[in-house]
Design a protein around this ligand. Structure first.
Ligand code: GLA
Length: 399
């Protein structure tokens, strides 16, 4: 190919670029190393996690993306400016690891950063976007989580657009996960750039705690409302849909700072708000009850419903310690989740007739109890543990 033609292609490709279409039509599902391993990630852990996910049915339940978060890199690029995996943590290299994951039926995800350094101090992508995208393509990367540390005065939209263009030019379809923490309202501009975007600072394994910029899941859930200026009835929900999702951060289900009830409620509400379901616990050593939460098929179907509607808060009544959330599903069905916000067990009553805009009559199935519990003509009351939920699927009664 003539040099002038190559130059022409290099200049034109970004202008023609787009994000890869047809990906993440339902919220991505998988596992990410950060919440449990932080900087102590290595290839043995990744391989063992993949093996465990095959053996315990998580892969077949839909958890397909295995994402290696920060600290996989060597502290410096090579003499040509290429990213290099840390040879002690990843002795076989990223291509071999990608091959291993692909052979087991997974997709391969990796983390980098739009700034000059990652949050853990490894080389960032700034100024190397096209070069890095070629490395990722050569390793078989299918998912890129792109962080926002050390971004200086960079414009978020332009920076993420550059990386999108680089990925598109490299030619291997990649789910592009923007990890900009909601600082520049990505829900307003990222639909054409990424497939998901973080809406807040980081989650940690707490119900509603706060330490520096990390928050418990209930605080993050509340922010899905209060972050939007014109506080409409669905909060951030109106920005989500097939191929472009709000990301309230990865799951803490099964991690030690949460009670069983809090893990179950966290998972239920993440499914209601059509969140990406990226497990963050150690899947090699998981209690059966945690596995049962993560693989509950009826709940996964709610998160993955093809309509792609993010659920919303219908009711918050602090005097009765109750919040009710609802998600519209295909086939005129609804999912309804009632959370006990009290520090003690309470009798929670769901008054179906108050659940605007759910109109008409429905049969009700209690998903965690795995049984039919009547219909919406009468309110439903049950004892609910502190920070636990009732989770229902409503199916229209045909007349
Ligand atoms: C940021 C992100 C986290 C994680 C760390 C890694 O804090 O928000 O999800 O990727 O960086 O350093």
């Amino acid at each position: 190919m003539k040099k002038s033609l190559l130059l022409f292609l290099a200049l034109c490709a970004p202008a023609l670029a787009q994000k890869f279409p047809g990906l993440a039509l339902t919220p991505p599902m998988g596992w990410n190393s950060w919440n449990t391993f932080a900087n102590n990630i290595n290839e043995a852990v990744v391989r063992e996690t993949a093996d465990a996910m095959v053996a315990n049915g998580m892969r077949d339940a839909g958890y397909i993306y295995i994402v290696i978060d920060d600290a996989w890199e060597r502290k410096t690029r090579d003499e040509k400016g290429n990213l290099v995996a840390d040879p002690e943590k990843f002795p076989s290299g990223m291509k071999a690891l990608g091959d291993y994951l692909h052979a087991k039926g997974f997709k391969f995800g990796i983390h980098s950063c739009a700034g000059t350094k990652t949050c853990s101090g490894y080389p960032g992508g700034r100024g190397h976007e096209f070069q890095d995208a070629l490395s990722y393509a050569s390793w078989g990367v299918d998912y890129l989580k792109y962080d926002w540390c050390e971004h200086g005065t960079a414009d978020a939209r332009e920076t993420y657009k550059t990386m999108r263009d680089a990925l598109y030019t490299a030619g291997r379809p990649v789910v592009f996960s923007l990890c900009e923490w909601g600082q520049n309202k990505p829900w307003e501009w990222a639909t054409d750039i990424g497939h998901l975007w973080r809406t807040t600072g980081d989650i940690y394994d707490s119900y509603d705690g706060r330490k520096s910029w990390e928050m418990g899941w209930k605080r993050i859930l509340d922010l899905q409302y209060t972050l939007v200026d014109s506080n409409g009835p669905d909060g951030l929900g109106k920005f989500a849909g097939p191929g472009h999702w709000n990301d309230p951060d990865m799951l803490e289900v099964g991690n030690e700072g949460l009670t069983f009830a809090e893990s179950r409620a966290h998972f239920s509400l993440w499914c209601i708000i059509a969140a990406p379901l990226i497990a963050g616990n150690d899947l090699r050593h998981m209690k059966p009850e945690v596995h049962a939460i993560l693989t509950n098929k009826e709940l996964l179907a709610i998160d993955q419903d093809a309509l792609g509607k993010q659920g919303f808060r219908q009711l918050a009544d602090p005097t009765k310690h109750i919040e009710v959330w609802a998600k519209e599903l295909s086939n005129k069905e609804w999912a309804v989740c009632a959370l006990n916000t009290s520090a003690t067990a309470e009798d929670i009553t769901v008054e179906w007739k108050r659940l605007w805009p759910i109109e008409g009559e429905y049969q009700v199935r209690d998903i965690w109890a795995k049984k039919a519990v009547g219909d919406t003509t009468k309110p439903y009351t049950a004892r609910v543990d502190s920070h636990d939920v009732l989770l229902f699927k409503l199916t229209p009664i045909k007349k």
